[in-house]
Design a protein around this ligand. Structure first.
Ligand code: PGA
Length: 249
């Protein structure tokens, strides 16, 4: 199980206190999941310090495909790693929608993440029109075809797929458990087709309006290996409530 917080473009330096609070809240108790927090890049260094001595790991929200070069404003996977990050979110729907990221770009970034030794969380998900048209599964399969690297990372646990229906992000709406189960089964089958037995170790997260109130139900769905959490990851109290909602397996 992996619970990943995506802070998006939220948080000035003071926000790192939430990571300290999260760490204190987790103290001592056996963790039901790996905990990842992905703050804005400006906070990674401070976040890594705040997470020291806890089991929280820190990640980025995007990276460039090249290790370095004349790419003003960009940050490479190697730079994230150097700042102390262990993971990176790639191809989030906001990046696909607002910054024109294509499947091919996401795949190149995922290869870069692997090269730098980062866990890659590759995001996929249909929009509302595609869901209504009955195309959700085929849309996601096509995104996987284009976005996932051809070869598995050395440790298959380092490849994570996050299923985030665009219409569920930040809206308070979520698919029902049957819809989540159908999509996660389709993603597992796709991974097995591409990577064989290693697919069993790859984690498939659900994302989109995960809150303390619905986390228990969503995380109990077959093939749901965790969650990617936006708004509810910003406050340690909400994130802790989601962690406590992880069902026993
Ligand atoms: P949300 O965002 O939990 O605020 O809906 C999820 C995401 O975009 O990763």
């Amino acid at each position: 199980m992996l619970l990943a917080g995506n802070w998006k473009m939220h948080g000035l330096r003071g926000a790192v206190a939430e990571i300290r609070a999260l760490g204190r809240g987790l103290n001592g108790a056996p963790l039901p999941a790996d905990i990842l927090v992905c703050p804005p890049a400006t906070l990674i260094n401070e976040a890594v310090k705040a997470a020291e001595g806890t089991r929280i790991v820190i990640g980025g929200q995007n990276c460039h495909a090249e290790p370095s070069g004349a790419f003003t404003g960009e940050i490479s996977a190697e730079m994230l790693r150097d700042a102390g990050a262990n993971a990176v979110i790639l191809g989030h729907s906001e990046r696909r929608q607002f910054y024109g990221e294509t499947d091919a770009m996401v795949r190149a970034k995922a290869e870069a993440a692997s090269r730098a030794g980062l866990i890659a969380l590759i995001c996929v998900g249909e929009d509302e029109r595609q869901r209504d048209a009955g195309e959700a599964v085929s849309v996601v399969q096509k995104q996987l075809d284009g976005s996932v690297p051809a070869s598995a990372p050395a440790d298959p646990i380092d490849l994570v797929i996050a299923y985030e229906p665009v219409w569920a992000i930040g809206t308070g709406r979520t698919p029902n458990p049957e819809q989540i189960a159908e999509m996660h089964a389709a993603i597992r089958a796709w991974l097995a087709d591409r990577f064989g037995a290693a697919a069993d170790q790859m984690r498939i997260l659900y994302g989109g309006s995960v809150k303390p109130e619905n986390a228990g139900t969503i995380l109990a769905v077959t093939n749901v290996d965790g969650a990617l959490i936006g708004g509810a990851s910003l406050k340690a109290g909400d994130f802790l409530a989601i962690i406590r909602a992880v069902p026993q397996r």
